[in-house]
Structures are given as structure tokens and as C-alpha cells.
Design a protein around this ligand. Structure first.
Ligand code: SDX
Length: 436
């Protein structure tokens, strides 16, 4: 079978053979298709990259129709059940599951990078008491680039590795400090005797007790949530990480940019919006009328729908299981009943079925986080902690990819043709006349 596309340009009756490579055509191969001498040649036009591969990647595989998610070839279900988050972080960043010795060394390294510079703590003090934790998180991660100027040497493998260890170790600390700042509580230093998630809980919730005792079931549930949120191939924020990183910006400002993308309500900000939506619905019996509003085009069903998953998001299934583990400790979150009723009705309603809208990763995570004692405005920060690993894995792959260079898309220009300059005294006249 010939792996080529034969294109006949009806403008010129010329035929072109374009190679097909891994189910794609290189849009640069279209440039030879010209309307005539001097023509720029064809480009692909794909707003929001609905059907454009920006890279080749070996990190995460998703089959949206089959609801498959694999990190480096391993099924998310197996990793969530059998691994710790740092074990999965190692897999995503270095390509293989670690041996016991490798894992111990990795955990030890990350653990010894959990402290942040005292000047960075003072930087955090500058925020208003009611600053949104995500705004504080994004700004503080970016500020780390001023502490580690050597991070600009992105092509030095040893320095790249050091910055990745720093970021994986420090994002929970920064996240916890944004939370403590918003409550006016003193910051809690990391406790190196605790696991990654137990230490995060320590920095969030330790008060005056001499040593924080993390509930093991809650710590495990959080570890599983971190695994589920670690990477998701070329999602909006990963695309930003690759794009900003392609200019050879350092990994700290690149992660901050990716976190900024994640903060949007259509992306990682959705988990916070789900709780607001459930609060707005208020009770099970009001779910139906709320859905009628959505179907009439008044707003979206937050936590539903996905660009890739068109049957179900495998992460949502696992989160439902983990949520029950949490509720065994915390008691059921009353919002769960509203969410289950909303899911039940929506999955039977033609409007949502026809548009292939199913619960995504954000639908149940917020309910679980709230039951664990997190405030809704911290939910996206909780998403950013594990996704920092995914962003770094994507960034490192981009830096090492010989095909990649600075990202600079083209455009289709639809603006004015050349116009004569308009002196200031004559401006507005036309607008006034055209307005009449
Ligand atoms: C994440 O990309 C990733 O991998 C992201 C993520 C990750 O791990 O990184 O999985 C994390 O971002 C999960 C998504 C969280 N966002 C939300 O839950 C917000 C609500 N969802 C939607 O905004 C939407 O579903 C998106 C943004 C997630 C996906 O949007 P698409 O693929 O661009 O789909 P679309 O907007 O073109 O919608 C197609 C149709 C439209 O209806 P019509 O114009 O055809 O009539 O479906 C409708 C949309 O209006 N639709 C919804 C809907 N989502 C899509 N209608 C109601 N409620 C929704 N949630």
C-alpha cells in the first residue's frame, strides 16, 4: 500500500504526491502546491489545533473513543492502583518505572528540594490576604527563576535535571503556602520524614501539634488524585509549556505560563467551577431545571465534555472510587448526591449524548477535594502540583527533540489592504460619516 496522498490542484490541474507519515501529512509538504509562480503555497488552517499534531511524543497515549489513558505505555488504572505519585513522576520524566534503589534515591532527592528560599516566602507575603491561590502559585513559581538563574541553560542535562527536581519538590510547598497565606496562618516547613502527599497535608494543616499525623487513607487518596492528574498529552497547558519552552525560556517561567493556561475555567479551573455549579443547583430536585438551562444555551455543564474523550474519561471512574475512600473518613459530601443525580440525568439526555458529553476528570475531583477540607479556590492549585511533572516531561522531550525549534505559527491575514496614512485631523471623520 502506497503511503502517499495524490492531490490534484484544480486551479492548475497539477498533481502532487504527498507522503503520509504515521497517519499525518507534513503541512510543509503542502507548500509546493502553488496557484502559480511566486505563490506562497498552501498552508493548513486549523484554529484551536482541532486536527493538528504539534509534535511526536512518547509520554502519554490517549484513545478518546475507547477511554484509554497510558503513561509511557502503562494503563492509568494499574498505575493508580499499584504506584505512588513519585513513582509515576519518575516514569513520566525518565521513561521507565524505577527500581527500588532508583525510587529511594528519587524520593530522597525530591524530599531535599521541598524547602523554598526565605526571600520567596517574603515574596508571597506581598499578596493581599484574599489573593486567589492560583494567582499566587503562578507568580511564585515564576519568581523561582530569579533564585536559580542557571536554569536558563536548558541544554545542559545536569542543570535541566536539577531544575526539574527543584520544581517537583517545591510546588507542594508553594501550594501549601498560598493556602496558609489566604487563612493568615504561619507557614509550616516541610517535614522530610513524611511522604510527598503526607508532607503536603502537613504544610497545609499542621497547627500547634509537635508532629503532623496524616490520615493514611486520605494521603493515599490524594496520591491517587495526583497520579490521575500528572499528564494528559497535548492539552492546552502542555501546549503552552512546549511553546514557551521552545524560545529557550527557563523551566520556572515555562511552568508558570502553563499553570496560567491551566487556570482557565475551560481547563483546570473547571473543578472549582463544578463546585460553584453544584452550589447553584442546590438540591437534587433542581438538577433537571438546571440542565434545561444548559440545553437552552445558558452556560456549560462544568466537569462535562472533553476534546479527546468522547465516551468516558477513565480518570473520572477512578476518582469516583477514590472519593468513596475519602468519604469513609470524612463522611459523604452532600454535593455528591447532586452530582450523581446530574450525571444520571445527563447521561440519558439526548442533548448531552448527541454531543458525546460525559463526566471528565474535573467532575468528581472537586467534591472529593472539598470533603478533604480544601477550599474551592485551591482546587486548580491541587491540579497544578502533579501536572507540573507532566509539563516538565513534555518540556524535556521538546528540548531534546531535534525536529523542534521556536514555535511560531502562521496566520491567514484578513485585515485591510495597504492604506494611505491618515493625519490626526482627518481621523474619525469617516467613522462619523459611516456611523450616520
Ligand atoms: C480538562 O485537554 C485535556 O486533556 C484537558 C484535561 C487535562 O487533563 O489536561 O483533560 C483537563 O481541561 C478537562 C476539561 C475541563 N473543562 C470543563 O469541564 C469545562 C466544560 N467543558 C467544556 O467547556 C468543553 O467540553 C471542553 C472545553 C472541555 C471541550 O470543548 P471542545 O472539545 O472544544 O468542544 P466544543 O466546545 O466544540 O463543544 C462541542 C459541542 C458544542 O455544542 P454545539 O455548539 O455543537 O451545539 O458540545 C457543547 C458545545 O456547546 N458542549 C457543552 C459542554 N461541552 C461542550 N455543552 C454543555 N456543557 C458542556 N460542558
Amino acid at each position: 500500500m502506497k503511503e502517499t496522498l495524490t492531490i490534484i490542484d484544480n486551479r492548475t490541474d497539477l498533481r502532487y504526491e504527498v507522503p503520509i507519515h504515521q497517519g499525518t501529512v507534513r503541512t510543509m509538504d503542502l507548500r509546493k502546491i502553488q496557484a502559480g509562480p511566486g505563490d506562497f503555497g498552501l498552508m493548513g488552517y486549523d484554529p484551536a489545533f482541532m486536527n493538528t499534531a504539534s509534535c511526536q511524543s512518547a509520554i502519554t497515549f490517549i484513545d478518546g473513543d475507547k477511554g484509554i489513558l497510558r503513561y509511557r505505555g502503562y494503563a492509568i488504572e494499574h498505575l493508580a492502583e499499584k504506584c505512588s505519585f513519585l513513582e509515576v513522576a519518575y516514569l513520566l520524566l525518565f521513561g521507565e518505572l524505577p527500581t527500588a534503589a532508583e525510587l529511594n534515591a528519587w524520593v530522597d532527592t525530591v524530599t531535599h528540594h521541598t524547602m523554598i528560599h526565605e526571600t520567596t516566602k517574603k515574596f508571597l507575603e506581598g499578596f493581599r490576604y484574599d489573593a486567589h491561590p492560583m494567582g499566587m502559585f503562578i507568580s511564585t513559581v515564576a519568581a523561582l527563576s530569579t533564585v536559580y538563574p542557571e536554569a536558563r541553560n536548558v541544554h545542559d542535562p545536569a542543570l535541566r535535571h536539577l531544575q526539574m527536581c527543584r520544581l517537583v519538590g517545591k510546588v507542594p510547598t508553594i501550594a501549601a503556602y498560598t493556602y496558609r497565606h489566604s487563612l493568615g496562618y504561619p507557614y509550616v516547613y516541610p517535614d522530610n520524614e513524611l511522604s510527598y502527599t503526607a508532607n503536603f497535608m502537613n504544610m497545609l494543616w499542621k497547627m500547634v501539634e509537635p508532629k503532623y499525623q496524616a490520615n493514611a487513607q486520605l494521603a493515599r487518596a490524594l496520591d491517587i488524585l495526583f497520579i490521575l492528574h500528572a499528564d494528559h498529552e497535548q492539552n492546552c497547558s502542555a501546549n503552552v509549556m512546549r511553546s514557551v519552552g521552545s524560545s529557550q525560556a527557563d523551566p520556572f517561567v515555562s511552568v508558570a505560563a502553563a499553570a496560567a493556561a491551566l487556570s482557565g475555567p475551560l481547563h483546570g479551573g473547571a473543578n472549582e467551577e463544578v463546585l460553584r455549579m453544584l452550589d447553584e443547583i442546590g438540591s437534587k430536585d433542581k438538577v433537571w431545571s438546571y440542565l434545561e438551562q444548559v440545553k437552552a444555551g445558558h452556560g456549560k455543564l462544568m466537569g462535562f465534555g472533553h476534546r479527546i474523550y468522547k465516551n468516558y474519561d477513565p480518570r473520572a471512574q477512578i476518582i469516583k472510587w477514590a472519593a468513596n475512600q475519602v468519604f469513609e473518613v470524612t463522611g459523604r459530601n452532600p454535593k455528591l448526591e447532586i452530582a450523581l443525580e446530574l450525571e444520571r440525568i445527563a447521561l440519558e439526555d439526548d442533548y448531552f449524548v448527541k454531543r458525546r458529553l460525559y463526566p471528565n476528570v474535573d467532575f468528581y475531583s472537586g467534591i472529593m477535594y472539598q470533603a478533604m477540607g480544601f477550599q474551592p479556590d485551591l482546587f486548580t492549585v491541587l491540579f497544578a502540583i502533579p501536572r507540573t511533572v507532566g509539563w516538565l516531561a513534555q518540556w524535556q522531550e521538546m528540548v531534546q527533540d531535534p525536529e523542534q525549534k521556536i514555535a511560531r505559527p502562521r496566520q491567514v491575514y484578513i485585515g485591510s489592504e495597504q492604506r494611505d496614512f491618515l493625519p490626526i485631523e482627518r481621523r474619525g471623520v469617516r467613522a462619523a460619516s459611516s456611523a450616520t
